[in-house]
Design a protein. Structure first.
Ligand code: SAM
Ligand code: SF4
Length: 341
């Protein structure tokens, strides 16, 4: 992974090729490697989901082509996600291929941790530098209910395996839902501090309808989570964004090496600094998490591969300015698992 000049081939005057019409530079790709998952988190997926047939999912070779095209266009960071990325056959081989790309500075992943016990070391060896692990509860029964059937012990073993694998950074992610796990904020932070890890709290987004789950009733703002943490631990200012960074706003937890991040798509719109796009497992380039603007990369790869990079460059002009999420009005029918979180 070495730096390159992404503007050479396209000869643009601007510093970077992937610049949208609001002058934002896209340097970060979230690549969903599958829409399938070994859990069914109640806020993410419906109980009975219809998954993509294999023929519609990009092959590993096609995913490598997509990653290569974006890196040649100036993307510096790729996050593998899903669904659960570790249920995709060949995930380590994909990481190895992407890890070799000249110009890519960071290859990272978001995982639910269930299979990390097996995969943490091979991923690290493949060149993955950082990993985010989602964990919404430290109580076994509650974890099972939240994920519909998950086993907390598997995730704990996954976290330990990641800690032993030598990643540059490991971050925990938690979605807090009012009346479900909002009493565990302090415990989750303490867990992160004890392990020497960072932790981010994510506001629930209204992506997809889920029977029996009313998003407007579970929504909780980062501000109230932050107050709980501030009261118990004390928070100090911290460095926030690097240029290929994500949407988390970080604070340092007093007297510890851990940071706590707040991802607040509902209460503190961060679209003005958006530097990322997503590609779904079926090859749909989503220009914004909260809008439907997209480009079918699978069709291009399979029928006119020579035009892939130019098509990506052109699509930037259609990246919307911002999302308008409303938990009472779910206009985006895609679930997060199909979007690539
Ligand atoms: N399966 C992996 C995992 O859970 O980490 C990766 C994919 S998951 C879709 C990525 C992240 O999105 C997880 O941290 C999850 O908690 C979060 N997520 C899922 N649905 C969400 C929603 N509706 N609003 C906010 N975050 C959500
Ligand atoms: Fe699976 Fe991740 Fe969605 Fe949970 S949040 S159902 S682990 S994709």
């Amino acid at each position: 992974m070495t730096p390159m000049n992404p503007t050479e081939e396209f000869g643009h005057d601007s510093d970077y090729v992937l610049t949208d019409s609001f002058d934002r530079q896209v340097r970060y790709l979230r690549l969903s490697v599958t829409d399938r998952c070994n859990l069914r988190c109640t806020y993410c997926m419906a109980e009975n989901m219809t998954f993509l047939p294999k023929s519609k999912v990009l092959s590993l070779e096609e995913m490598t082509l997509v990653g290569k095209a974006f890196v040649e266009l100036g993307v510096e960071k790729i996050r593998l996600t899903g669904g659960e990325p570790l249920v995709r056959n060949g995930i380590v081989e994909l990481a190895q291929q992407l890890g070799k790309l000249d110009g890519l500075r960071e290859l990272v992943m978001t995982s639910n941790g269930v299979l990390l016990d097996k995969f943490a070391q091979p991923l690290r060896d493949a060149g993955m530098s950082r990993i985010n692990i989602s964990i919404d509860s430290l109580k076994e029964d509650r974890f099972k209910a939240l994920t519909r059937f998950g086993n907390l012990g598997d995730v704990m073993r996954g976290i330990d395996a990641a800690c032993n694998a030598g990643f540059d950074k490991i971050k925990l992610n938690a979605v807090v839902l009012k009346g479900t796990n909002d009493d565990e904020v302090v415990d989750l932070v303490q867990f992160a501090v004890d392990k020497g890890l960072d932790i981010s709290f994510i506001e629930e987004m209204p992506l997809g309808e889920i029977d029996g789950h009313i998003r407007s009733e579970t929504a909780i703002e980062s501000r109230s989570i932050r107050e709980q943490i501030e009261d118990r631990f004390g928070l100090e200012a911290s460095d926030n964004h690097d240029r290929a960074g994500g949407p988390s706003k970080y604070m340092r937890i007093a007297n510890s090496s851990s940071r706590v991040g707040f991802i607040s798509p509902m209460s503190d719109n961060f679209c003005a600094s958006c530097n990322r796009v997503r590609v779904t497992a079926e090859g749909l380039l989503l220009l914004c998490l909260g809008n439907e603007h997209s480009l079918d990369l699978r069709e291009i790869i399979r029928n006119q591969p020579a035009s892939l990079k130019q098509a990506i460059v052109d699509s930037m002009q259609r990246k919307p300015e911002r999302h308008y999420f409303d938990p009472k009005d779910i206009t985006i029918t895609r679930h997060m698992s199909a979007t690539g979180g």
